[in-house]
Design a protein around this ligand. Structure first.
Ligand code: ADP
Ligand code: MG
Length: 249
């Protein structure tokens, strides 16, 4: 990683500048810039196909941008010359279909991303499982758990290595409506307690309103508006943005 003196002390946890990625000559991510301050939740919000997942893949490092730079705590992890490999980035991932390993117990799943055997990590695994209220499931296997319970274990697993940034791509869309609000609120509490900095991708305005400290509104590969949820809700930048928010009550 390259350092620039004086940047790190005040830098946001995650800073994305001018990120651009084309497929077949079409700019799917087009000059995208936003930040995630330490300990906060930024939501990348926009309709299906607008480029949200592609943006996350660039930040995770599983895809490579055509232009732009990505910094964590002021240090460049990707720019035109440099591409830090995904496994070296201080980044955790959680996706909708991010399944638990069926042959491992709940505790083994949570310990999976940590170096060495479970017995070396019992305290951390207990701490995380108690955060997600799942300690009684310690020895069970994923098939014995409901969807919401599996989701909580997946969150504990993603947080176990204490990633500096959590990238979450529509993590709640697999859950039924009845469960979703409850899991969202519980997730937010846990992320706060862990002091996690989160980039949450969603196409649901009410989810962004509920969870974000700041929203970056995306459309056609571009960020069209950034701000606090209620500022965007009350003063949408244009008709399309207003329409997008109009279903929320
Ligand atoms: P979102 O997550 O907002 O729904 P995506 O980032 O998945 O949107 O996709 C944005 C656009 O880029 C879509 O039109 C999608 O078909 C296209 N796209 C994504 N990945 C690729 C790829 N590897 N090759 C070609 N087109 C892609
Ligand atoms: Mg997507």
């Amino acid at each position: 990683m390259r350092h620039e003196a004086g940047v790190s002390a005040t830098a946001p946890r995650l800073e994305v500048k001018g990120l651009t990625r084309s497929f077949d000559g079409r700019r799917v991510v087009d000059d995208v810039s936003f930040q995630v301050p330490a300990g906060q939740v930024t939501c990348l919000l926009g309709p299906s196909g607008c480029g949200k997942s592609t943006t996350l893949r660039l930040i995770a490092g599983v895809d490579r941008q055509d232009a732009g730079e990505i910094r964590v705590d002021g240090e460049i992890i990707a720019d035109n010359q440099f591409h830090q490999p995904p496994e070296r980035r201080p980044i955790g991932l959680m996706f909708q279909d991010f399944a638990l390993f069926p042959h491992l117990t709940v505790a083994e799943n949570v310990a999976f991303g940590l170096d060495g055997p479970l017995r070396r990590h019992r305290d951390r695994v207990h701490e995380l499982l108690s955060r997600v209220d799942m300690t009684r499931f310690y020895e069970m296997h994923p098939h014995q758990l409901s969807g919401g319970e599996q989701q909580r274990v997946a969150l504990a697993r993603a947080l176990a290595p204490r990633p500096r940034i959590m990238l979450m791509d529509e993590p709640f869309s697999g859950l039924d409506n009845r469960l979703r609000d409850e899991v969202r609120d519980a997730t937010l509490d846990i992320l706060r307690e862990e002091g996690a900095s989160v980039l949450l991708v969603t196409h649901e305005p009410d989810e962004a309103m509920r969870m974000a400290d700041e929203i970056a509104l995306m459309r056609g590969g571009r960020i069209v508006q950034r701000g606090a949820p209620y500022n965007i809700y009350n003063a949408p930048v244009d008709r399309a943005a207003a329409g997008f928010f109009s279903d929320i009550n």
